[in-house]
Write a new protein. Structure first.
Length: 291
């Protein structure tokens, strides 16, 4: 599977950020092949028709759809070749975290690294028009850089990302309160880094230097779930990825993901999904998987 690398914006502003029209990148969006990228991506469809397989789930693309894609997520586009009108916003994680002086910024955006809720929103005509205007202003500052362009880009981007975060939280009834600490976000980051090797909550509380009660309290406040739930969902996602995209056997996947026996992996999968690994693969190949 191909991994695409970010190409630095050709402008006077030193940013790893880009904005443009989706149909200027037809080689990405009209290509049915599965690929991933090393950047984050938000797509804003004023007009759209088709679908996207993302996070192993199907997203229907229609007018006023916004799609959120985290780095290295596998995607498979099935857009119709005519009638598409959408914009893209690309950026790299380290750039964004540095840009806003917050090393956990992307983990605080609920629509990234998300496994429990859809990776899309449907908005109104007025909302998509306001977003399009903001993107146009960012593009102007990128193309015609002035001494204060970086500050204008920062303010526009910060406003846009946080407004989307608020709307996403409201749509899916996710808590959106100011955290007392960063434990919940640090935990999500550690899961991304270590879940293939570490599957005990105690591994993470040890790295964070806190108790399990403190961790659960922080995660419940920010995400309305438990630490165990996040860990199991993240591990399940890795198993599904291997089942769909690799040629590994169950035994090899179990070994790669640190299960002591293949049967333990299969039991975990059945408990979490209600189906066997074989049933999952069959459903996915037939386009009927909803887990």
């Amino acid at each position: 599977m191909k991994t695409l690398k970010f190409i630095k914006t050709e402008c006077g502003v030193e940013v790893l950020l880009n904005v443009g029209l989706g149909m200027d990148l037809k080689h990405l969006y009209l290509n049915p092949e599965t690929y991933n990228s090393d950047w984050f991506e938000i797509l804003f469809f004023r007009k759209g028709k088709g679908s996207l397989i993302l996070n192993q789930k199907k997203i229907e693309i229609k007018d006023n759809t916004i799609v959120f894609i985290s780095k290295f997520q596998r995607r498979e586009w099935k857009l119709e070749s005519e009638g598409q009108d959408f914009s893209f916003l690309f950026f790299q994680e380290d750039f964004l975290n540095d840009f806003f002086a917050d090393k956990l910024f992307t983990y605080k955006l609920l629509y990234f690294y998300q496994l429990d809720y859809p990776l899309a929103l449907t908005v109104t005509d007025d909302e998509i028009a306001k977003i399009t205007q903001a993107l146009a202003e960012i593009k102007t500052e990128l193309k015609h850089s002035k001494f204060d362009s970086e500050h204008i880009i920062r303010s526009l981007l910060y406003y846009l990302l946080l407004k989307l975060n608020r709307q996403y939280a409201q749509e899916y009834h996710i808590p959106l309160e100011k955290p007392n600490n960063n434990y919940a976000y640090q935990y999500r980051k550690l899961l991304d880094m270590h879940v293939c090797a570490k599957q005990r909550i105690e591994d993470y509380t040890s790295m964070l230097g806190i108790s399990r009660i403190t961790l659960n309290k922080a995660i419940q406040a920010q995400f309305n779930v438990t630490a165990s739930h996040l860990l199991k969902q993240r591990l399940l996602f890795e198993i599904k990825n291997e089942l769909i995209y690799s040629d590994l056997t169950i035994a090899q996947i179990a070994d790669k993901l640190n299960f002591s026996e293949p049967n333990h992996l299969m039991r975990f999968f059945k408990t979490q999904t209600g189906i066997t690994t074989s049933e999952f693969i069959s459903d996915y190949q037939n386009g009927t998987s909803s887990t």
